[in-house]
Design a protein around this ligand. Structure first.
Ligand code: AMP
Length: 182
């Protein structure tokens, strides 16, 4: 039963409103559905919008952030359940531990790294939790194509295509969460 969902997403503030709105909508959905949101505790970009969506609708957020980011004042100011860690490695390990499922929203290299890691850990059977790539406006077509390439050239096995699901809109991502909760 999925109760806590970890979301990996962009910190960049320079994003189209459509991306920001999608993250906010997902946060609002989590609050209304009683799902706890686990994320990296950033205050900007999709990270900030996601947390705003949850907090504006009375939901629970767990923010996991390295001390050096708190020192740089990158932490979301409204998140009270804040877990401070010493390193990026510790943060990612803790995010995995705190959640029952993972959603990869659009992002930059930080999000890519988190996405590859959580998929790799599942491939290695370090966890068996569901993973969804939110391919909003086809943003992740190249990433999915690269994974398909890896399978086609036998760097990965066919069954590895089932390590993650892909959904094309934020509504479809919400349906995915609902399905994973039943
Ligand atoms: P990116 O997708 O490159 O924006 O990276 C998102 C990830 O990078 C987050 O999970 C954080 O680890 C980290 N990150 C980078 N910049 C910030 C920031 N200003 N505030 C919070 N987290 C950040």
């Amino acid at each position: 039963m999925v109760k806590r969902v970890c979301v990996y997403c962009a910190s960049s503030p320079n994003l189209a409103e459509t991306f920001l709105q999608s993250a906010y909508t997902l946060g609002k959905y989590f609050a209304r559905a009683g799902v706890t949101t686990v994320y990296g505790c950033g205050g900007t970009g999709l990270m900030g919008s996601l947390a705003d969506g949850v907090l504006d609708h009375g939901g629970d957020v767990v923010g996991i952030i390295p001390n050096f980011m708190v020192d740089r004042e990158w932490a979301h100011q409204g998140v009270s359940n804040l877990i401070r860690v010493d390193s990026m490695h510790e943060r990612k390990a803790r995010m995995e531990k705190e959640a029952d499922a993972f959603i990869i929203l659009p992002g930059g290299c930080g999000t890519f790294e988190e996405a590859w890691e959580i998929i790799t850990w599942k491939r290695l059977k370090l966890h068996v939790k569901p993973i969804c790539i939110a391919n909003l406006w086809n943003y992740y077509d190249p990433l999915v194509a690269q994974l398909d390439n890896a399978i086609a050239d036998q760097f990965m096995r066919n069954e590895h295509r089932e390590l993650f699901d892909v959904r094309e809109s934020i509504e479809a991502v919400q349906d995915w969460v609902t399905q994973e909760r039943t």
